[in-house]
Design a protein around this ligand. Structure first.
Ligand code: MIC
Ligand code: SF4
Length: 639
């Protein structure tokens, strides 16, 4: 057995480990963050449960921290009160980014974790099965300890050789993205094997697992070894260590070989994480901004390497360098060992520990600007500046380029930090709140609006095609996020006004005028972030179905959870839709109940075509009932 299947099988509650079949796994840990958390906790409240049913549930505040109005802090207070009522650990704002904190404080080999954030797989570095999901699925996991998913295939990525000094873990995952693309991992687990692993630290592995989300993968996983133990010792948790690895004769569904000694520094160009080339190809490109941080590259080692490059040097006059360490512990350690002052002396702006610029919460680049970032996503407009170009690089390339004023990988030998001190982490318990009181009153700010509900499925559905888009539409396109919109994650009616605004400024108006309708998309529709707002908003706007060539995993589940049909079409089907014609799905209920194709009729031309819905038995119930919350109401919380 491979390692992924070993962990899955030890947690299997329903189904068989056959790729494509529906399985249910026992969940040991959950995490939420604030931008998806308010909805997840409103949904948890609607389920009327007591103490959470998992070993460890943590609610982080890391995304929405600018507090330019009352909305953010109202959300924080709402989450804090729900956490107290249900026995969930609350991580206060300023403590750091959820994935970095989960890794440092709670990750344990062999455990399962589900989180309302697409980068939850970061903890795969610890030999965990850690999966990103929509908020409602995480709420159900908190309430019942269960998570349903399509049993994934397992891809083996075999690492050999040793990376050269200036090659970083980021370059390994950028190489994997170059090979497999942003849809190469959909419904697959990426399992790393090979003698090359031993040279990668735990946080190197975390960077690699983190950006497995950009492959669309269900998750990524590493075996455990001395490096795992070393990290756990550093965290004062060595008793959590167990050895985990695949069997010698383990089977995989696909294999990719990467010789790390052949790699050089890489960069992902705008506007996709898989638009990867060698930095050398773009050496000398003028830059305006550099951001070092995010859940991908904000570890102690990343910060120390960047600090070493900056030490005694000066950030270029025309560059704004911002640095956000991943956790309060890391920040405290950088401050104690002097690395923080090396950064500040060089001219770096230090941000509080959180997501910050990665999700457009401040630090928007200048118009048409070039921003080098160590983050994981560079979708158009995500930085807050629609015409800026964001390039994804390693912390080393970011720091060097900040000094030079242009993209570069021409390092000097004395910039290299040979050994990262293995000092025990400075643990700061004061940012974690562990109160539990089932009588707690829930705090509700005025910006927190109810969760939209779906309608029961009818036999026929009529509607106009109100938007047709191409391949790789991300949830950032469907519901954009920046400092103006993120405060409204608890207010779906307000967010709805900005839906698809970066793709088609009239979408909202058309949806209102037509009382909803259909959307048509290409391949990998809904990639990227786990935000279920990309389904809650369409639900609120009465979108009845999305036709696409293929769907990203989390978004597909979010659509179904909201009672919206994820309809599969082929290339001819894509061409079938034109203008703003009216369409009728002639036999939906029958098709869902009896696994039939759906007949779609164009009412203007009278032509018909076929769309497919491939649903598991549980998904069928959700679609018939108009969403997961309705299904739970009808069939009970354990549904
Ligand atoms: C992201 O990186 O896009 C986010 C913001 O962390 C999202 C969650 C969200 O949209 O709130 C994610 O990755 O799931
Ligand atoms: Fe936060 Fe960015 Fe990581 Fe999302 S990808 S969790 S916004 S740091």
């Amino acid at each position: 057995m491979n390692l992924a299947n070993k962990i899955l099988s030890s947690h299997l509650k329903e189904g068989r480990l056959i790729p494509g079949e529906q399985i249910c796994i026992q969940i040991d840990q959950t995490l939420t963050q604030d931008s998806t958390g308010t909805m997840a906790y409103l949904q948890l409240e609607a389920m009327d449960v007591g103490h959470v049913a998992v070993e460890k549930a943590v609610a982080y505040i890391d995304h929405n921290m600018l507090q330019t109005g009352f909305e953010n802090m109202d959300d924080h207070e709402f989450i804090r009160s729900v956490a107290k009522k249900h026995g969930i650990t609350f991580s206060k704002p300023g403590n750091g980014v959820c994935h970095q904190l989960q890794l440092e404080n709670f990750s344990k080999p062999g455990k399962t974790l589900v989180g309302s954030d697409s980068h939850t797989p970061t903890c795969g570095a610890m030999g965990m099965i850690a999966i990103g999901a929509g908020g409602l699925d995480v709420a159900v996991a908190m309430a019942t300890g269960k998570y349903y998913l399509q049993c994934p295939q397992v891809i083996q990525v075999n690492l050999t050789g040793k990376k050269a000094p200036w090659v970083s873990a980021k370059d390994i995952i950028l190489k994997v993205l170059q090979e497999l693309s942003v849809k190469g991992g959909v419904n697959k687990i990426v399992e790393y094997t090979g003698e090359g692993i031993a040279s990668l630290s735990l946080t190197d592995r975390a960077t690699i697992c983190n950006m497995g989300a950009e492959l669309g993968a269900t998750t990524s996983v590493f075996p455990t070894d001395e490096r795992t133990l070393e990290y756990l010792k550093q965290q004062g948790r060595e008793e959590d260590y167990i050895e985990l690895k695949a069997d010698e004769d383990a089977q995989y569904d696909q294999r990719l070989d990467i010789d790390m000694s052949a790699l050089s520094p890489m960069v992902a160009k705008p506007h996709s994480p898989d638009a990867v080339v060698c930095v050398e190809e773009l050496e000398g490109m003028h830059i305006n901004q550099v951001v070092i941080g995010s859940c991908t590259n904000s570890s102690f080692a990343d910060m120390m390497r960047a600090a070493k490059i900056l030490k005694g040097r000066k950030v270029s006059e025309h560059v704004s360098l911002v640095i956000a360490p991943g956790s309060s512990s890391i920040l405290a350690m950088l401050s104690e060992n002097g690395a923080l002052s090396d950064m500040i002396h060089a001219g770096a702006r230090i941000l509080e520990c959180g997501c910050g610029p990665c999700i457009g919460m401040g630090q928007a680049p200048l118009s048409k600007g070039v921003s080098l970032r160590t983050i994981n996503r560079n979708f158009k407009g995500r930085s807050g500046t629609n015409d800026a170009g964001v390039y994804l690089v390693s912390p080393e390339v970011a720091a060097l380029s900040a000094i030079k004023g242009y993209l570069s990988c021409q390092f000097e030998d004395n910039m290299y930090l040979e050994d990262i001190p293995n000092t025990p982490f400075i643990k700061n318990e004061n940012f974690f709140i562990n109160d539990y009181d089932p009588q707690t009153d829930i705090y509700m700010g005025p910006n927190i609006k109810p969760v939209p509900k779906g309608d029961k499925l009818t036999e026929q559905i009529k509607g106009k095609m109100i938007l047709k888009v191409g391949d790789n539409i991300s949830t950032d396109h469907i519901v954009p996020s920046d400092s103006k919109l993120l405060p409204y994650r608890s207010n779906v009616p307000h967010l709805a006004k900005f839906s698809f605004s970066k793709v088609d400024s009239e979408f909202y108006q058309r949806a209102i005028e037509n009382n909803g309708g259909f959307i048509v998309g290409g391949d990998n529709y809904g990639q990227g972030s786990s935000r279920e707002h990309a389904a809650l908003v369409p639900n609120y706007l009465k979108i009845k179905g999305v036709f696409a060539l293929s769907f990203a995993r989390i978004h597909r589940s979010n659509l179904i959870n909201n009672g919206i049909l994820p309809l599969i079409i082929d290339k001819d089907g894509y061409e079938f839709f034109n203008g703003q014609d009216e369409y009728t799905l002639l036999n939906v209920k029958d098709a869902v109940e009896n696994d039939k194709d759906i007949i779609v009729k164009n009412e203007t031309t009278n032509q018909t075509m076929i769309a497919k819905l491939s649903l598991t038995s549980r998904e069928k119930v959700m679609i018939l009932q108009g969403g997961l919350l309705n299904a739970i109401k009808e069939l009970g919380g354990d549904f």
